[in-house]
Design a protein around this ligand. Structure first.
Ligand SMILES: Nc1ncnc2c1ncn2[C@@H]1O[C@H](COP(=O)(O)OP(=O)(O)OP(=O)(O)O)[C@@H](O)[C@H]1O
Ligand SMILES: [Mg+2]
Length: 112
């Protein structure tokens, strides 16, 4: 099992959820986050004062899946979320040790 964490543009989230639903990926957790990648802060003006904005709103989508789904899910995320512009986001993949469905005590893939 793997945990996929995708940090994407907020404007892409609805389409991404729909695309993942077609793959029958159900369980997911979505967070509103602030983040930064490689780019330098952008100067913005607010009430005549200069501010450097170096954190941008993103959405983090976390989902856990069987190993053999990882590449398909990455493909879907790339298809929906890649615009080619700076700030499209990142995907992190982690090994996942254990899952427990609290209601039944089921573990591992049975709890997915
Ligand atoms: N090294 C990192 N560690 C943790 N989070 C990161 C890291 N790099 C990027 N992120 C997260 O991913 C989000 C999107 O990053 P971003 O798309 O700007 O990445 P990038 O590497 O700068 O690529 P790009 O050239 O497309 O901007 C950031 O806002 C941040 O939340
Ligand atoms: Mg960046």
């Amino acid at each position: 099992m793997k945990k996929i964490e995708a940090i994407v543009r907020p404007s892409k989230v609805e389409e991404l959820k729909e695309a993942l639903a077609k793959l029958e990926v159900r369980g997911m957790t979505i967070f509103d986050v602030m983040g930064r990648g490689l780019q330098r802060g952008e100067k913005q003006y607010y009430r005549g004062k200069e501010h450097t904005v170096d954190l941008f709103p993103k959405v983090k989508v976390e989902l856990v899946c069987r190993d053999h789904w990882v590449e398909r899910i990455i493909e879907v995320i790339l298809k929906v979320c890649a615009t080619g512009e700076i700030g499209d986001g990142k995907i992190f993949v982690y090994p996942l040790e254990e899952i427990v469905r609290i209601r039944t005590g089921e573990r591992g893939e049975a709890a997915l």
